[in-house]
Write a protein that binds this ligand. Sequence first.
Ligand SMILES: C[S@@+](CC[C@H](N)C(=O)[O-])C[C@H]1O[C@@H](n2cnc3c(N)ncnc32)[C@H](O)[C@@H]1O
Ligand code: SF4
Length: 390
Amino acid sequence: MNSTEGSLSQSGERAFGIYVHVPFCSVRCGYCDFNTYTADELGEGATRASYADTAILEIEQAGRSLPDAPPVQTVFFGGGTPTQLPSDDLVRVLHRVRRTFGLAEDVEVTTEANPDSVTPESLATLREGGFTRISFGVQSAVPHVLATLDRTHDPAGVPQAVRWAREAGFEQLSVDLIYGTPGESMTDWRASVEQAIALEPDHISAYALIVEDGTAFARKVRRGEVLMPDDDETADKYVLADELFSGAGLDWYELSNWARDEAAQCRHNVLYWRSADWWGIGPGAHSHVNGERWWNVKHPAAYAQRLTAGESPRHDGETIDAATARVEQIMLETRLRSGLRLDSLGTTARAAVPGVVARGLADVADDRLVLTRSGRLLADAVVRDLVEQG
Ligand SMILES: C[S@@+](CC[C@H](N)C(=O)[O-])C[C@H]1O[C@@H](n2cnc3c(N)ncnc32)[C@H](O)[C@@H]1O
Ligand code: SF4
């Protein structure tokens, strides 16, 4: 037993979730630096066919390390593209989570999916197997934007995938969008937002496109082949999305996430943002339990090799000290509509609050600091102010 495992068994009654990383995609989108592999990139030592069994070995290890863990409140299958695996495999992994830890009665079980990676049958198997929520990576409704992002799906297929999901019994359905793609006009973005709303999801995420170092997309930007929009244009797109989403009854609950009501929020992400406990299964997956954070070996072959040899896939980790935890709390809670608890701030960080409020970036209510819309556009600067004074 290593030092982390020694403290894990005391996870007690804190909220506890499981993340399952599925590191496979049919095509790698040029902008994405997630730990994922196409069939050509995977190499030897790991296969898609054996992945569920390998992940199950880690779940069993986790169960031995955390004998007193409470029933799991949220399970999130992310990627990569989880729906690249047969639905039966995903259900088998979920069942092993249930057998190992137990699932809370109202457990939320989400899978991410690309719209062209599902069928009516695969969705029915997931729903019958216990999945309660699906999050489709739609990104844009506009073909030239999808082409710049290397997305494989035909936008005309998205309403069909959503209909299939509803017919399979998924009431909780989310749509992911990206704004700020080179060449995307304001009219393009409005069309994407309006088409997302027309799908009547109960949840939408909209993230600005990030240029990640080392990606094919970053190389194109560096060579001047594509031009990133300026910050003002990206901010205007955020404001447009926020206005249209709230007009359609979807209110923000985190900077980049909107939900129809509290029940429609992604409880798994809320668990991250509240620094609760979760175990991340899979290559490169991060875990956070009882003030310890660790992450697994990155490559699926190394991951499989460790587990089949009966070893932990853990690569490295750290203990989160009180100062780091305080900074992280400021960073995470400031992004939430429920706001940053002021009673948890040091006196010097509190001293920054009146300035933030005077500049119209936040309001204070019930001893919490809540960003205004202008504050949401400058959230990083607000966090910097609070952290530097903290
Ligand atoms: C990693 S993907 C996994 C789910 C699925 N494969 C998909 O693409 O929808 C999750 C989300 O991260 C987004 N994402 C990945 N790289 C990004 C980047 N550089 N900037 C903004 N969003 C990004 C994707 O577009 C997607 O909506
Ligand atoms: S954005 Fe999604 S589909 Fe594209 S490479 Fe990343 S994980 Fe795969």
